[in-house]
Write a protein of this length. Structure first.
Length: 324
């Protein structure tokens, strides 16, 4: 019987404002260097701490026009990041709040996984694949052990620093949970990394949502940045999944037909072997991938079990034994 973490409650939307620096002066501590891009909630800048000279990332959050000013989405992210301190999770250093602005000060990483893929010429070192995948799973295992789902895993939310360390970032859609999670929006995962249960409108899901996304990212890593299921819409996404893995039935996935947005699909048989899909992965890597890409969410491997998979038996001990 699969064991899920004991339900806990985090004060998600009642974060004490004493944790936030209510001072315009505090912002003067940072010198903005350049705009990095647009994040989930606003603009992200590269900046320098004038006192320590440390490079940081400033996430300037767009504020709502309500009385409190600070959106609940930002409070949720702040709360989660305060709870999750780990080598493979982006660190939140400071929170700056003024009348019209909320700025989150994060550790800076050189690039995200999407930009890393863009820098490749269609080839990737398989030791790098193994290292990145293990670090992703280790960050997820930590999140899940603290009853937190990421829910928005994608290459753009995985940051890489110059030391080759991978960190989970942007917990804007994450949420502390007790099993089961009730009545949350299904619109939480970027389409290409969305599992079949969420595509069918499931409202009750667990850590398995992240494990499907991790499997999609694993395949993308092994193929040097080529997405596994680049669907154009929900139907196309499901069709691509079922054509590769086979269409599930009530026998293989009990309760599937009762999901809110369920619709029948042709009974596709798997049309390619994983050796054709991820030709550079060996047998062990393909076995791990197969255990993550399971349509029935109850059948997906957990992050802890995935880290113990034989695929990682020859992982560099310096990575496996890192203190986190």
């Amino acid at each position: 019987m699969r064991k899920f973490p004991t339900p806990v409650t985090f004060p998600l939307l009642s974060v004490s404002m004493s944790t936030i620096s209510d001072s315009v002066f505090a912002m003067q501590k940072y010198e903005k260097l350049e705009k990095i891009g647009e994040g989930t909630y606003g603009t992200v800048f590269k900046a320098k701490n004038r006192e320590s000279h440390e490079i940081v990332a400033l996430k300037r959050v767009r504020l709502d026009d309500d009385d409190e000013g600070v959106p609940s989405s930002a409070l949720r992210e702040i709360c989660l990041l305060k709870e999750l301190k780990h080598k493979n999770i982006v660190r939140l250093y400071d929170v700056l709040h003024s009348d019209k602005k909320l700025t989150l000060v994060f550790e800076h990483c050189d690039q995200d996984l999407k930009k890393y893929f863009d820098s490749l010429n269609g080839d990737i070192d398989l030791d790098v694949v193994k290292s990145f995948m293990y670090q992703l799973l280790r960050g997820l295992a930590f999140c899940h052990s603290h009853n937190v789902l990421h829910r928005d895993l994608k290459p753009q939310n995985l940051l890489i620093n110059k030391n080759g360390e991978l960190k989970l970032a942007d917990f804007g859609l994450a949420r502390a949970f007790g099993i089961p999670v009730k009545c949350y929006s299904a619109e939480v995962v970027t389409l290409w990394y969305r599992p079949p249960d969420v595509l069918f409108g499931a409202k009750l899901y667990t850590t398995s949502i992240d494990m499907w996304s991790a499997g999609c990212i694993f395949a993308e890593l092994a193929n040097a940045g080529r997405p596994l299921f680049p669907g154009s819409d929900v139907d196309d996404q499901l069709r691509r999944i079922f054509k590769l893995l086979g269409t599930p039935t009530e026998e293989t996935w009990s309760g599937m037909s009762q999901l809110p947005d369920y619709k029948p699909f042709p009974l596709y048989q798997p049309n390619m072997s994983l050796s054709q899909v991820v030709p550079k992965l060996g047998n062990r890597g393909r076995d791990l991938l197969q255990r993550l890409l399971v349509c029935n969410p109850m059948g997906r491997m957990s992050a802890d079990d995935a880290m113990a998979h034989a695929y990682f038996s020859d992982l560099n001990p310096a990575i496996k034994n890192e203190r986190c």
